[in-house]
Design a protein around this ligand. Structure first.
Ligand SMILES: [Zn+2]
Length: 122
């Protein structure tokens, strides 16, 4: 009988991270992944999108899942898929983080400069 050779794979060690202000603090969170409640976009047309805020591995992102009913014809469905790809590309470009864009009001250097001007003028 031939013996099976096994290889021990390295274990993935995940360090627990604290919950965030916006995560659900329940079963949806993992050791190092935190998830918000799902925001559902539907009602206006057929289809549905679910947006979830996620922090995992020190990176924060919005996870978007969408279900879009497709036309019964191949040509119609193909057009919808192509249009969806274009619109998703536009969405990604529209919400991309841009250099120089500040995340919080505290990061606005103009606030400090205004204060310094006010102090200097007195
Ligand atoms: Zn959490």
């Amino acid at each position: 009988m031939k013996r099976l050779r096994t290889r021990v794979m390295g274990r993935t060690v995940r360090t627990p991270t604290p919950h965030t202000e916006w995560c659900t603090r329940d079963h949806r969170c993992g050791l190092d992944e935190h998830r918000s409640a799902e925001q559902i976009v539907d009602g206006a047309v057929d289809g549905r999108a679910v947006i979830t805020r996620v922090r995992a591995g020190g990176v924060e992102y919005a996870e978007v899942r969408a279900r879009i009913p497709l036309h019964g014809s191949e040509a119609g469905a193909h057009w919808q898929v192509v249009k969806t790809l274009r619109l998703v590309r536009g969405l990604l470009a529209a919400v991309a983080i841009r250099p120089g864009v500040l995340r919080t009001r505290d990061e606005q250097p103009a606030v400090d400069r205004r204060h310094e001007k006010g102090v200097a003028a007195q």
